[in-house]
Design a protein around this ligand. Structure first.
Ligand SMILES: *[C@@H]1O[C@H](CO)[C@@H](O)[C@H](O)[C@H]1NC(C)=O
Ligand SMILES: *[C@@H]1O[C@H](CO)[C@@H](O)[C@H](O)[C@H]1NC(C)=O
Ligand SMILES: *[C@@H]1O[C@H](CO)[C@@H](O)[C@H](O)[C@H]1NC(C)=O
Ligand SMILES: *[C@@H]1O[C@H](CO)[C@@H](O)[C@H](O)[C@H]1NC(C)=O
Length: 958
């Protein structure tokens, strides 16, 4: 009875409720109070509101406004991406007592008013607050109230300081995202008293110290991302308490110790990434059957790879590369789910187990490079039909190329370089079957026979490297019909004959050096308008150099060294082109007033071939490390798609394929001016090239707003690989963009494409110091005041970069070409990202030592092969000498330093007389600075002063 009574009353209640409220529902009326709040809001936002309130009197129909089903309450407001910069409107929103979701992400807000926190803290229904991607600075506000808040996203701001109890009052907080801020101190552990937190994203901040065990009291955590901080210490074993954990990301920290045995045992764990730390010890073998992705790359893990890890049934991605794992690959079988397997750069030995791959039908990326594997390529690999990338380079593999490789019709990248393969490229293996091939590197093997003409039918092939084999015969004439080839490396073989017509697509380099090519250099090469490097050195070419070559629009280097039958007058190249012609009978064109090109007749002399030899040897090692990482760049684009879809191929690559673009600057003007598609259009057009440095090409890009920017392309030749993953480049760029020094050129934005990295800078119309000093119309007349001011400015910039406390930022290729002039007195040190981007950590120092500009490279680099602070001081000394002498770093066929030392008895001969003669005071000052320059270029690196002292000396010499 009581039950019926209860039902009856409930029914009555509902009935009554309807009677009272239905008329309102029918009229869909927003309360007067909320209507006027929305009107206020509209007034405050003005034209930056996403809605056009004039048209609709009912705010529920405005863009970005969501009301409940009865249209009587506003429950969601999204003002995302409206260029809002003033926070004044925020407290008004708090008058909407029914608000559940508030999204103000992707704006330019710099602060959250205190009233917003106090007033919105009272809203009983507010579940979601999204402030991500703004410019909020200062420390995290203390959230008092906010009893209903479940999702708080403050990611991608510039909030800083440490986090203590600011979040602890919240009782429903389930998801906290603070990624990409500047928070520091230890990891916060007070994240809501009620302990209901499920998702915790604190990555890419500056948190330090150990991972606190208190975090593991949040038993409902399913996702923890602490990547990209400077956390240290071991992973606490109590982490196994988190019995619901699905994703654990600890990448890019300084964590050490072993990977706790139990961690892979958490049965719910699906993804575990602890790459780029200092973990050591052996890999746990007991792993959860649910694990899908495991990334432990870039640690110091050792011992064998447990079978379970690779055969776990759901496993899709395993990356154990860059460790010191050893032993043989004794696999029974690789998981049929496996998509990507990276074991490169370890100490693995023995044969590649052939039956292991029998069921790996989904395997798309297989990277076993830089190990000590032996034996032949197992034929069974030919049955992994999804393979898009196969990298077995730098092992001790031998035998002939198995014909089964020809079955891999999805293969895009095949890297077998630096092994001991022999036999020919064509039989029985048919290279022509690999129609999707983009990159083929068979260099440094013992392959024989000729270059198969099938190569020309590979319509997607961009990078072909057959260097340093025993190939003979001539280049197949059909190569000219290739449509995609960007880079052709055929150096160090026994190829002969004449050069056939080359594909117009060539861009990076044509390297035919160290072969037996003969005949004349065809003038048809001049049609290769995008080609940057043409290396014909060490051959038997004869006759003259066709004048047309001087018209090659993109050429930066022409190497003709050691072709002793070449003769005649060299064509007149522009100053962008470095021509080397030692060991030929070529002579320079007659001088004229025009800017002189960079001819290097004898400056490198025989040393040049030694350098080349060292280069080849070292580059081989460095290159591999580089390549592995370049591959990341090249391939991660595909990789990122892996989980969703199959690899795309045969894409059109005329415009750079943008993988990622990102604004770095906080300056609102730049942010609104920069248009990425315009920037990419600009780099597609060689006529926009305004400057070239050793590692990069500057393009001028005019944005739709009319403002001009530099887009700098980092050349992706083997001399300058963007040897790093996207994430890494992005992170480095973000750090660089934060550098603040008036003499340092900092990036405003960057774009990553499949094969290059682009950075956007403020345009500098004066160009580089090199241009102004040696080629500009004002070169000779650049007065002393300007030169001195430039010297001090560069020293200031460098001592700032060298003084960065976390770690000095060095210049890979410091020269007058990398100094930009904002005005004739204000220099900017450019190309600062090369050290970080071209070389993330390891070997690239080696590159730069070899590839650094002639004349600026300190003598010790030849032995140390690393870039150093003292090395930068030497290069700076050379720049001082350029300012003092007015002469380029290579002058009269020798390095400027040697020229100056040779003439050191006659100081007045050394100094640029146009300047030194202006007054005795100027001359004295120049002599004082010459002393400083000479200390900087001392042979012994130990005796060179630090930049800070150099700066002080320069200022004292005023
Ligand atoms: C709406 O009501 C709230 C609370 O009753 C009040 O504080 C606020 O001032 C009112 N807003 C308007 C615009 O009348
Ligand atoms: C944390 O950041 C704040 C502000 O950015 C700074 O003042 C403080 O020194 C930093 N603390 C540490 C330990 O780095
Ligand atoms: C912040 O993290 C949460 C939880 O993982 C995620 O849903 C959200 O998209 C992230 N925010 C941004 C701006 O990426
Ligand atoms: C974890 O979540 C469950 C289900 O959502 C909830 O009942 C429980 O109270 C939460 N645990 C803690 C420690 O709050």
């Amino acid at each position: 009875m009581a039950r019926y009574e209860y039902m009856y009353t409930s029914f009555l209640c509902v009935f009554l409720l309807c009677c009272c409220y239905c008329p309102i529902m029918v009229m869909s009326q927003l309360s007067q109070n909320q209507t006027s709040t929305m009107a206020n809001l509209s007034k405050l936002l003005g034209t930056s509101a996403p809605w056009n309130s004039g048209n609709h009197s009912n705010p529920c129909s405005w863009n970005g406004v969501t009301c409940d089903s009865t249209k009587s309450h506003v429950i969601m407001i999204s003002l995302s991406g409206n260029s809002l910069s003033s926070s004044g409107f925020l407290p008004v929103l708090c008058q909407l007592e029914t608000l559940q979701h508030l999204d103000v992400s992707n704006n330019s807000l710099t602060s959250i008013p205190a009233e917003f926190i106090t007033e919105c803290g009272r809203i009983k229904y507010l579940k979601l607050l999204n402030f991500s991607r703004n410019f909020l600075s200062g420390s995290l506000p203390t959230f008092l109230g906010f009893d209903a808040l479940e999702y708080l996203d403050m990611s991608f701001n510039v909030l800083g300081s440490s986090i203590d109890i600011q979040l602890d009052e919240m009782i429903r907080l389930k998801s906290l995202n603070l990624t990409h801020n500047n928070f520091n101190g230890t990891l916060p552990t007070k994240l809501g008293k009620s302990m209901v937190l499920e998702q915790l994203v604190l990555s890419n901040n500056q948190f330090q110290g150990e991972i606190p065990e208190e975090l593991f009291s949040y038993e409902n955590l399913t996702l923890i991302d602490l990547g990209g901080n400077t956390l240290s210490g071991a992973i606490p074993t109590h982490i196994v308490q988190l019995s619901k954990l699905q994703t654990l990301i600890l990448s890019s920290n300084n964590l050490s110790g072993p990977i706790p045995i139990s961690i892979l045992n958490i049965t719910t764990l699906v993804r575990f990434a602890a790459n780029l730390n200092r973990f050591s010890g052996s890999l746990p073998s007991d792993i959860s059957n649910n694990l899908i992705s495991l990334d432990l790359s870039g640690n110091s893990l050792s011992g064998p790879i447990p079978k379970n890890i690779l055969s776990s049934p759901k496993m899709e991605v395993v990356d154990l590369s860059n460790n010191t794992l050893s032993g043989t690959l004794l696999l029974t079988s690789i998981s049929p789910s496996m998509i990507r397997l990276r074991l490169g750069n370890n100490l693995l030995k023995g044969d590649i187990p052939s039956d292991a791959f029998a069921k790996a039908q989904n395997l798309t990326y297989l990277e076993l490079e830089s190990n000590a594997l032996t034996g032949a390529i197992p034929a069974i690999l030919g049955s992994c039909l999804n393979l898009a990338l196969l990298d077995l380079s730098q092992n001790h593999l031998s035998g002939t190329l198995p014909p089964e490789l020809g079955n891999l019709s999805n293969l895009q990248v095949l890297k077998l370089q630096m092994n001991k393969f022999y036999g020919t490229i064509t039989t029985p293996f048919q290279i022509g079957q690999l129609q999707k091939l983009l990159t083929l590197n068979l260099s440094q093997n013992s392959l024989t026979g000729s270059i198969p003409s099938q190569i020309s039918s590979l319509s997607n092939l961009k990078f072909l490297n057959l260097q340093m084999n025993n190939l003979s015969g001539s280049i197949p004439p059909s190569i000219g019909i290739s449509t995609s080839l960007l880079d052709l490396q055929l150096g160090g073989n026994q190829l002969s004959g004449a050069i056939p017509s080359m594909p117009m697509s060539l861009q990076v380099a044509v390297n035919l050096s160290n072969n037996n090519f003969s005949g004349s250099i065809p003038s048809s090469l001049s049609s290769l308008d995008n080609l940057e490097i043409l290396d014909l050195s060490y051959n038997k070419f004869s006759g003259g150099v066709p004048d047309d070559l001087a018209g090659m629009k993109s050429l930066t280097e022409l190497l003709l060294t050691n072709n002793n039958q070449l003769s005649g007058v060299l064509p007149k190249f522009t100053h962008f082109v470095q021509v080397e012609y030692n060991g030929t009978s070529l002579v320079l064109p007659p001088a004229s007033d025009n800017p002189t090109p960079s001819y290097y007749p004898g400056s490198r002399k025989k040393g040049s071939s030694v350098v080349v030899a060292i280069l080849v040897a070292i580059a081989a090692a460095v290159f591999l490390v580089g390549l592995v990482t370049l591959l990341l760049v090249l391939v991660s684009r595909h990789y990122s798609k892996v989980n969703d879809e199959n690899i795309h191929s045969g894409e059109d690559h005329r415009l750079p394929q943008v993988v990622q673009s990102h604004l770095l600057t906080l300056n609102g003007l730049h942010r609104s001016n920069i248009d990425f598609s315009k920037a990419m259009e600009a780099v597609a057009e060689t006529s926009n090239v305004t400057l070239k440095t050793r590692f990069s090409t500057y393009y001028k890009a005019i944005m739709p707003s009319g403002s001009i920017y530099f887009v700098k392309k980092m050349n992706s030749t083997e001399r300058a690989l963007p040897a790093s993953s996207h994430v890494r480049i992005g992170k480095e760029m973000e750090a660089l963009a934060k550098l603040n020094n008036s003499n340092v050129m900092t990036p405003l934005a960057y774009v990553l494409s499949s094969d290059a990295a682009y950075t956007l800078y403020e345009f500098v119309s004066n160009g580089s110091l090199f241009d102004v000093l040696h080629h500009g119309s004002m070169g000779n007349s650049l007065d002393w005041a300007s030169r001195y001011s430039i010297a001090v400015g560069v020293a200031q910039g460098l001592s700032f970069l060298h003084g960065i406390t976390s770690s000095p930022l060095l210049l890979l290729d410091l020269s007058s070409k990398s100094i930009m002039l904002k005005s004739l007195k204000e220099p900017l040190v450019g190309d600062i990202e090369h050290y970080k981007v071209i070389d993330p950590s390891k070997s690239t120092g080696n590159f730069s030592a070899l590839a650094g500009s002639v004349g600026y490279v300190p003598p010790e680099y030849a032995y140390t092969m690393t870039v150093t602070v003292a090395g930068n001081v030497y290069s700076f000394g050379v720049i001082l000498l350029e300012l003092l002498t007015g002469k380029p770093a290579v002058t009269e066929g020798t390095e400027l330093v040697k020229w100056v030392l040779h003439n050191s008895m006659n100081k007045d001969y050394i100094l640029d007389s146009n300047v030194s003669k202006t007054s005795q005071a100027v001359r004295n000052q120049m002599l004082a600075i010459l002393q400083i320059a000479l200390v900087c270029v001392s042979t012994s690196p130990e005796t060179r002063p630090k930049m800070k002292s150099v700066l002080r000396m320069l200022l004292n010499a005023r």
